[in-house]
Design a protein around this ligand. Sequence first.
Ligand code: IDP
Ligand code: MG
Length: 143
Amino acid sequence: MVKPDGVARGLVGEVVRRFERKGLKLVAAKLEKVPEKRVLEQYREHIGKPFFPSLCHFIESGPCFLMVWEGRDAVSVVRRMIGSTNPAEAAAGTLRGDLALDTGRNVVHASDSPASAAREISLHFSPEEIVAYKRVDEPSLYE
Ligand code: IDP
Ligand code: MG
């Protein structure tokens, strides 16, 4: 997900470009102001933490660009490509390392395990919104 700061800063294309070039396949996407109920559910593991209210308020404040990416080890690959939660500590070359300065404005969200990916995909997308197709470069991407 490109968070509201990333959408407002015009970074949707940059985020999509990086994952596309890596070889991941975009199988669903939408621009949406995510309703409170789904934001609370997405971040439920953080309920009770001091940043939880401001986090949820910010995510609800403007449109997010939600995506589903497919590919070998997609969850761990994407987590490495977005970098550490705190952009000040995120490695150069990662999205957060290159594009952000503040933990509360770190541009992107990504699921942290296959289980949370399954949960978050079904939270935000209906099965009909997920599209099966082939990338023409698949034979060159995988041995
Ligand atoms: P993640 O986005 O790298 O998975 P999480 O620990 O799951 O990081 O936290 C979710 C989001 O909550 C972060 O991306 C960040 O926007 C926000 N957040 C986490 N920790 C803090 C904090 O200490 N202060 C302010 N915001 C925080
Ligand atoms: Mg997280």
